[in-house]
Design a protein around this ligand. Structure first.
Ligand SMILES: Nc1ncnc2c1ncn2[C@@H]1O[C@H](COP(=O)(O)OP(=O)(O)OP(=O)(O)O)[C@@H](O)[C@H]1O
Ligand SMILES: [Mg+2]
Length: 316
């Protein structure tokens, strides 16, 4: 069994707001084995992007640890962290807003190489840019074009090439295909899986759409209002979802045949506020199975079968 490359331990991020502390990420402990993918799913605002940014230290956590290759990187100084960032990259959802519109494809892909002085000459940099374009399936003729001249799929290939420029080991993929047409989504997902196999990459793949992570993830973490409420191997999560929220998410996936749909309750209502959340289960107000006990504090993720963790009073 491979060892975790990335772990979070009790990771928290509370944002100060005029109404009180907003619990964006609240005590999240996860591990991702080297060469594997952890899918992180949940509705808008549940803290997925904040979790990704905390892991890369683009945001400083309120509490907890981020352990990369056995070392708590939160103790690193700026110089050490700059070195570490080469190994940890991020791909964003919307290549249109995350890529500088005034830079050409070549300039965008070359930027991380230049910033870190990773290659000595302009020729070596351009050679590497062409190599990366080949790796991600971007034709060389696009080298001097601007992002707005390309379609969404090609733009996201630029994002992938840029993330690969410094030979990272770990990539946070923050909704990288959510803005793309379904047919293009499959192309980018296939590309990312091929790259993972060839380069031994480790991914944290963030999405609000469970069906997107089904084929790419070894494990899936389901988040609700800043907390991980269920964590399991992908097949196990799809075949035996235990948390009512996970069941709700699965019930919301469109399936071609009505008879093929498992009869899970479709969720009702809105996500409650992450500001000063009450101490019990945060899903209780929307949960079809809620009981008075769900208001009690002290709910934790518990292992209900090997590798399958759930935080729900009905199952502990
Ligand atoms: N800088 C900030 N200041 C205050 N609140 C913030 C800040 N960044 C995020 N939040 C809040 O933290 C919570 C989690 O946000 P986050 O962007 O991590 O969610 P998400 O799961 O990525 O959502 P989406 O699916 O819409 O991308 C939200 O309630 C958001 O409003
Ligand atoms: Mg997000």
């Amino acid at each position: 069994m491979s060892a975790p490359l990335l772990e979070t331990k009790g990771l928290k991020k509370y944002f100060d707001t005029s109404l009180g502390p907003l619990h964006a990420v609240d005590d999240v402990s996860l591990a991702i084995n080297a060469g594997e993918t952890l899918g992180v799913v949940g509705e808008s605002g549940c803290g997925k992007s904040t979790l990704g940014r905390l892991i890369l230290r683009l945001l400083e956590p309120t509490a907890g640890e981020v352990v990369f290759d056995g070392q708590n990187i939160l103790s690193y100084d700026r110089r050490k962290m700059k070195e570490m960032r080469k190994q940890m990259q991020i791909i964003f959802q919307d290549p249109f807003s995350s890529l500088n519109p005034r830079m050409t494809v070549s300039e965008i892909i070359a930027e991380p190489i230049k910033v870190t002085s990773a290659l000595p000459t302009q020729d070596a940099i351009l050679e590497r840019v062409f190599e990366l374009m080949g790796i991600v399936g971007l034709a060389e003729r696009f080298v001097n074009t601007y992002p707005h001249e390309l379609d969404g799929g090609r733009r996201q290939r630029i994002g992938v090439a840029r993330a690969l420029a410094l030979n990272p080991r770990f990539i946070v993929c923050d909704e990288p295909v959510s803005a793309l047409d379904v047919s293009i989504q499959a192309q980018i997902l296939n590309l990312m899986m091929d790259l993972q196999e060839e380069m031994g990459l480790t991914y944290m793949f963030i999405t609000h759409d469970l069906s997107v992570v089904k084929h790419i993830s070894n494990n899936i973490a389901v988040m609700y209002l800043g907390q991980c409420v269920e964590l399991a191997k992908t097949d196990e999560l799809f075949e035996n979802p235990v948390h009512p929220y996970t069941q709700g998410l699965l019930g919301a996936i469109p399936v071609p045949s009505l008879s093929a749909r498992k009869h899970f309750n479709i969720m009702k209502g809105e996500v409650t506020s992450p500001i000063n959340p009450h101490p019990g289960c945060r899903f209780a107000q929307r949960c079809p199975e809620a009981t008075p006990r769900c208001a009690e504090p002290g709910l934790e993720l518990k292992e209900i079968s090997p590798g399958h963790f759930v935080s729900c009073y009905s199952h502990i």
